[in-house]
Design a protein. Structure first.
Length: 393
């Protein structure tokens, strides 16, 4: 057979077609290469992200391990120290409550207990020694791992964790004493104010400060001691007004105050003890709590004024010298009871009745001293907005 021959045009056409096919194949290969390159870049980025994630996870894991070790060590330490701290607090309160020791003996024992407290944490590492050191560890957690800090409810746990160290710091504190430092001057308080952590500060007032004040009230406070009561009232007002406290610890403090007041009134009446002057002094001290602790007003006016002071006054002779005693009772009553109203306080009706009887007896005499005394009693009735009870003289 004679081989077929191709014309130049046919050859050109076939070559052209093959070139086109080759170009198409090349384009497809280029597309696949480009796709592969993009996929490779994505993989590289993913690997880089995973490497970074591994680094973050590794750092987080290492941090958690460090915090776990720290917390374990701290809790083991506190489990040992908490009884020592409580024992120290108890002995300090016992010393404050002991009225049979001389001031010199008390100072000596107090110095010894203070030194003991300063050495109680001397055998532990610095990061466990103070509330500030503990707080800084948890601040580090919150800053570096905020999500896990929130998930672990650390903000709710931190006050309880720090409270034992604050108890140690305040073990020697007695707000009843003259020139006693304010709790706002202690390092734990100044530290929290300095960093602006108002929430933690308020929580620690609840978990550490209020229970401390309650212990002082229960163990050391004498309601009839005017200076002590003035300082305690100022402290309780400060806590209430500046820190918006509430809850079980606050209720326990108020119940402790009420109980000590009831106990003091009961004791002053046992066996007929306590004259008008002593009872009047107690009335003054107790009525400092009016508007601060509920229930105190009723005890003061019923159990003390009506049941103790008035019967004693009735036994006194109706003479000028008695008026000075009665004026002491008026001074014991809060001035706002008279200044903030134009009507007589209902609970003082019995006392006003006594003043009317006293005025009538004094006014019946022609002696100059009696007439002067009558005017003084009349002034008291006027101040009490009870002048209408007195017949014109």
């Amino acid at each position: 057979d004679i081989p077929r021959t191709f014309s130049l045009a046919e050859i050109r056409n076939r070559l052209t077609q093959e070139v086109k096919t080759f170009e198409q194949d090349a384009q497809e290969c280029d597309g696949r290469v480009e796709t592969s390159d993009k996929a490779l870049e994505v993989c590289k980025d993913k690997i880089a992200e995973e490497e970074k994630s591994i680094e973050r996870l590794s750092a987080a894991f290492q941090f958690y391990q460090e915090m776990r070790c720290y917390l374990n060590d701290y809790l083991q330490l506190i489990s040992v120290k908490v009884d020592q701290i409580s024992g120290l607090e108890d002995r300090v309160l016992e010393l404050f409550a002991n009225q049979s020791l001389s001031d010199k003996e008390k100072r000596g024992k107090y110095s010894a207990l203070t030194e003991e407290g300063s050495q109680l944490m001397s055998d532990v590492r610095e990061e466990f020694c103070s509330s500030r050191a503990v707080r800084e560890m948890f601040v580090k957690w919150k800053k570096e791992q905020p999500e896990s800090y929130k998930d672990a409810y650390i903000s709710q746990c931190l006050p309880r964790v720090m409270t034992p160290l604050i108890n140690l710091e305040m073990a020697g504190w007695n707000p009843l004493l003259e020139n006693s430092a304010s709790f706002e001057e202690f390092p734990w308080f100044l530290d929290l104010v300095g960093v602006g952590d108002a929430e933690l500060l308020q929580d620690l007032v609840q978990t550490a400060l209020i229970p401390k004040v309650t212990s002082v009230v229960e163990r050391c406070w004498r309601p009839g001691a005017l200076a002590q009561s003035e300082r305690l009232v100022d402290l309780v007002k400060l806590i209430s007004e500046d820190y918006g406290v509430e809850g079980s610890e606050w209720e326990r403090l108020n119940q402790a105050i009420l109980y000590k007041v009831k106990q003091c009134v009961s004791q002053i009446g046992e066996g007929g003890g306590g004259g008008v002057t002593e009872c009047t002094g107690l009335l003054h001290a107790i009525l400092l709590w009016d508007g601060v602790t509920s229930g105190v007003r009723g005890i003061a006016l019923q159990s003390l004024l009506s049941e103790r002071i008035l019967p004693e006054l009735e036994e006194l002779r109706s003479e000028p010298g008695t008026v000075e005693v009665v004026e002491g009772v008026i001074r014991a009553i809060p001035s706002q009871w008279f200044d903030d109203t134009q009507v007589m306080v209902p609970e003082l009706k019995g006392f006003a009745g006594y003043l009317v009887r006293l005025a009538n007896k004094l006014g019946s005499s022609e002696q100059r001293s009696y007439k002067t005394a009558y005017k003084r009693v009349k002034s008291m009735l006027l101040r009490m907005h009870a002048i209408d009870l007195l017949k014109s003289k």
